[in-house]
Every structure is written in structure tokens, then in C-alpha cells.
Design a protein around this ligand. Sequence first.
Ligand code: MV4
Length: 445
Amino acid sequence: MFKKILIANRGEIALRVIRTCREMGIKTVAVYSTADKDSLHVKFADEAVCIGKPASADSYLNVPHIMAAAEITNADAIHPGYGFLAENAKFSQICADHGIKFIGPTPEMINKMGDKITAKDTMIKAGVPVVPGGEGLLDSVDQAKSLAKEVGYPVILKATAGGGGKGMRVVWNEGEIEKAYSTAKQEAAASFKNDGIYMEKFVEEPRHIEIQVAGDQYGTVCHMSERDCSIQRRHQKLVEESPSPFMTPELRKKMGEAAIKAAAAINYESVGTIEFLVDKHRNFYFMEMNTRIQVEHCVTEEVINFDLIKEQIKIAAGEKISGKNYEPQMHAIECRINAEDPYNDFRPSPGKITVLHTPGGHGVRVDSHVYAGYVIPPYYDSMIGKLITIAQTREEAIDTMYRALSEYVIEGVKTTIPFHLQLMQNEDFRKGNFTTKFLETFKMK
Ligand code: MV4
């Protein structure tokens, strides 16, 4: 097992990794930008190294500075958390070249899933359902036109280097396709320096349901059931839960098996997530794979009673996984607490937290790095914590969430708490009656 892990991240996820390391008897090294010198992850780690100025490019994305911090502290592994360098194949390679274990997949695995058309073609070969729309990249607008006729409108154009919603265009009829094709291509070139575009049938009003998986170095892969992440706004998830209210035992079995096939197809090693689109008939389609630990991993931890960070570290250290699949035993819901103003288009609201009272009690978990007096810097994402509630049933988990949100006091900055309080009282949400379009029509009172 590793003796010392450097955490190349900040905020709640850095703290989350430190907590598990402490339980495992592993020493920790925090890295931090000058904007984060008063952060809890710096205080809670055994050692801390300043790696640069506030801008991410100068600190949490500065590979030479992070490698230097790992070498001077004699860390034998690096945990990347999520975001920043977590899905950077070059970084995974540089760690390997320096004899420092990257706690995550190899560069080959990251590359296979990072390029969406490569990922999709790999899934087709592995027998994982994908959205219909022809294989490979589009090479002309004429080809796009004839393919769209075959597939049937509406179709969606996606950038092969995209993901997470960037560089997509929905096309409703042939009249729109020329313009959509050229703007999608230009956008992809500008955003990703890669103008490769492919087409899919547009699945209307889908649910976003993802399956947690784990694979070890010996070819064993298992799944840990699903998370429903349909409650999103502009591709930012706000609420996640497990099990999905749309799930059935048969669908879970089929999606779990497909997710295992997907991970096995790239000999996946680490914890990861297979994202699926699920239509109203419960047809499901591979969308992308996240080759990292995710923000919402906690709901899975709570419903299967299992530490995913511990598993990820053990896999990286070469341990075998059991290979058994996990079924949800409880219901868990996570609300992302962001320093954003839900009454003002979710505008970021950085600044000093003057008063803080954190909820507690039965069935409540809070993962957060903030405290009274903490100043939320404006340079990074606005998530300041995650409130997770756990109960035997979905209804009770929602009731506990409403109660816990009512206890939460954060003064000095605007937060998403008022949004979540209203969502927990929404009739359609309470019925489990929602798709990825739900927040497009949700209005704050
Ligand atoms: C789609 C789709 C409908 N049909 N693909 C959005 C993020 C990126 N990973 C893929 N996305 C979508 N792909 C087809 N063929 C609808 C979306 C989509 C979406 C997916 C999941 C969660 C929220 C979403 C919001 C808008 C669009």
C-alpha cells in the first residue's frame, strides 16, 4: 500500500480523499494555490505545498509544480480528484514516467474514452447499446444530409472532442442542417482544436442515468448500481440520487451488464462511471464514460455502504476487487450547495461566509470544506458543499433533505439552498416524474 498520497485538487474532494487516507494509515500531501492558503484541505493534510498563483493554469493545472511537490515530499502516488487533471492522459503518463502512481486509469484508457467517436465505436464492437446514427466522423455536409434522412429528424451533431454538453447542435429538419453543420464544426475547432463531428438520432426528453463501475488490474469488473442525474441546468448537475425513481430490477440488470461490458472493453482499471441516456420506453444508450471519481459518488457510497475512494486507492495499489455487483439497500439524495444566486440565473456569489450552521442528525451527511470566516475565492467552481440524506425510502430521503436544508444557515453569500428547498416541495419531483428538461421550466417562487 502507498505510504504517502499527494492530492492534486482542492475543496471538498481534497478533504474527502484526506479522510479516507487517514483511515487507511496513509500520509497526505495537500497542494494549494495562494488563493487557498486558508482552505481546510491545507489544514487537514499532513503536509502542504503551495504550487502557484490563484489561476488554475498556474496552480492546480500546473503539472511541473505538482510533480515537484510530489518529489520533494516523497509522495508515492497522486490522487487527482475530479476536474483539473483527473482525465488528462498526459498527466497520467507523466506520473508513470516519474514512478509515481496515478490513482486512476492509464493514458490509453483515458484517451479511448476521451475521444467520443473512438469511445462509441469501441462500445458498438463490445455490444453496448449506443444511439443510432452511423459510425465514424462526418466528412461533408452532403454526407450529413443523407445520413440524417436515413436516421430521421431530429438529429444531434456532437464534437468528438466534446463531452459534458459542449459543442452540440440539435437539428430538427433538413433546412437547418447546413448552418448547424458549419457552426458545430467551427465551435469544435475553436473549443477543442479538433473539428471532428458525428451524428446521432436526437433522443427527446431523456433521463440521465449513470452506472458506477470498478475494475482491477486483473480484469475483474463490477457495477455498483445507478445514479439518476437528470436534475441539471446547462449541463451542471444540481441533484443526484440513487436508486433512480425510473429504475426497475430488469433495467438495472441490463444496464449493469452493459456498463460492465463497456468498462471491460477497455480493460478499465479504477472506479469510473458509464453515462447512459434512457428514453421514455426505457431504451438506454451509452453516452460517455467518466474515467474519474465523480462529485456525486457519495450517493452510491451511502446506498451500498461502501467507501469508493478506499476502493479506488486499493485498486491503484494493485489489490483485487471482489467482483460482486452491488444493489442499493437505501435511498440517498445529494443536493449541491453552490455559492450561486438561484433568484438571479444562478450567478456565482463568491465572498466571505460570515455565519455557518451545518445540518446534522439521523440520515444526514455533509461533505464540505467551508467554515465560518472562510472566503470563497472567485477563481474556481462555486460548489461549497454537498448535502446528502439517506433513508429507507425515497419519500423519507426527500423529507430528511427538506428538514436538513431548513437547518442549513449560510450567511454572507447567496447559495442554492432556496432552490433545493423549493425543489423538494415540487410535486413532479416528489413523484419522480422528471427528465433532463425538468429545470428548463422550473421557476423559483
Ligand atoms: C444527447 C441528447 C439527446 N440525444 N444525445 C448532453 C451532454 C452530453 N454528454 C450529451 N448530451 C446529450 N446528448 C442524443 N443522441 C441529449 C443530451 C442532453 C443531456 C444529456 C444528459 C443530461 C442533460 C442533458 C441536457 C441537454 C442535452
